[in-house]
Design a protein around this ligand. Structure first.
Ligand code: 6MZ
Length: 350
């Protein structure tokens, strides 16, 4: 079994990150730098800056509501193509430093009147991704739809995503439905997601972060390519046996974010996380950070947490990271290359 603090092993382990929101992944360092860039251009009072600085420094535990407050601050600091570019580059570099070899970064493009369109937002991220070389990391982009923003905005986002996908089919791979799970109706967004799917984009949907059986049923019937969280589906977590079986029978890979769920309080503690039910059922799962900046975590820390909470061996961690490659939205050729690279690293480390 892994030592309590075997973070060196987990950092060296080549990893796949499939659920990371750009603006939630910004480190305190990047947020501070973005604040300094913005100060001379903004009419915010000193008091506002002081509050923001205090919030971004502030502690470990955040409710879902507080998280959405930080997203708001991050959003007001990434309002130009240049700041979106910087944010993307910084986040990618931090994932590289943590041993991530394949990353699907997701973000909700924003239209900032007179400054940036959704298409320009996406392009700034693509430019930043193109600045990275394949030997460091392979990065793809998923375009997010925010379930609070309504059908019209979602439709605009899908239009921009499809155009960008045709221009950069190797980088743009999918659509994500996210946002405050207590707001909006998933059913409003399924038709527009289906439009993206018909255009060739893969789909991942945030599912059951809070109990909502009707919504889980609708999402599973839609059969996305991947699911985020799936927190409240197991009967012990506010779901039902019927829905749980339906999830298992779907074989849809689930992106699991341990720290995010525990810090937001949607899961009581790590031992009780639904990871263990999915892992025991041999359901396809992938560990992910969600918002590494907001939750002060890293993917290697998520592996350490999983190892220690569920008594996983190093061999089981290797298996988990290798199987994650199958759940990516990369091409078959890219998946094969990643598998070969991971195997080489494993052989060298054995
Ligand atoms: C649901 C989340 C989320 O897109 O601006 N987001 N949506 N549940 C979560 N669990 C904590 N964490 C992040 O990144 C920030 C946006 O990602 C979504 C929210 O819509 C948030 O505004 P981007 O890069």
């Amino acid at each position: 079994m892994l030592e309590v603090n075997d973070s060196v092993f987990c950092k060296k382990l080549p990893k796949v990150e499939l659920h990371a929101h750009l603006n939630g992944s910004l480190s305190t360092k990047t947020l501070r730098e973005l604040i300094e860039l913005q100060k001379p251009l903004s009419d915010n009072s000193d008091a506002t800056w002081n509050i923001w600085e205090a919030i971004i420094e502030h502690g470990q535990k955040r409710t879902l509501e507080e998280c959405f407050q930080i997203f708001g601050i991050a959003h007001s600091l990434t309002t130009t193509p240049a700041t979106v570019y910087k944010a993307t580059q910084d986040v990618i570099k931090e994932f590289v430093d943590d041993g991530v070899r394949y990353l699907e970064l997701r973000s909700t493009p924003r239209n900032v009147p007179q400054i940036m369109s959704k298409a320009q937002y996406i392009q700034a991220m693509v430019d930043a991704i193109q600045g990275m070389t394949d030997d460091q990391i392979l990065v793809k982009l998923m375009v997010s739809i925010d379930r609070r923003q309504g059908k019209e905005s979602a439709s605009e986002t899908v239009d921009a995503a499809v155009v960008a996908y045709h221009q950069n089919p190797k980088i743009i791979v999918g659509l994500d439905l996210s946002g405050d799970p207590t707001k909006g109706l998933v059913s409003d967004y399924l038709p527009v997601l289906a439009r993206g799917r018909n255009a060739g984009l893969k789909i991942s949907i945030h599912c059951a972060e809070v109990p909502n059986s009707d919504e889980v049923e609708e999402i599973l019937n839609f059969h996305p390519d991947r699911l985020g969280h799936c927190t409240c589906i197991h009967p012990l977590h506010g779901g039902s046996q019927e829905l749980w079986i339906k999830l298992l029978h779907s074989h849809i890979p689930v992106e699991l974010c341990l720290t995010s769920n525990v810090k937001c309080g949607t899961v009581e503690n790590y031992k009780k996380h639904h990871f263990i039910h999915l892992f025991t059922a041999k359901h396809p799962i992938v560990l992910a950070t969600d918002d590494k900046g907001v939750f002060a975590t890293s993917l290697s820390e998520e592996y350490v947490l999983a190892a220690n909470s569920y008594d996983l061996s190093k061999e089981q961690l290797w298996k988990m990271t290798m199987s994650s490659i199958d759940y990516t939205f990369a091409s078959e050729e890219e998946k094969n290359r990643l598998k070969q690279m991971f195997m080489q690293i494993k052989e060298l480390s054995d």
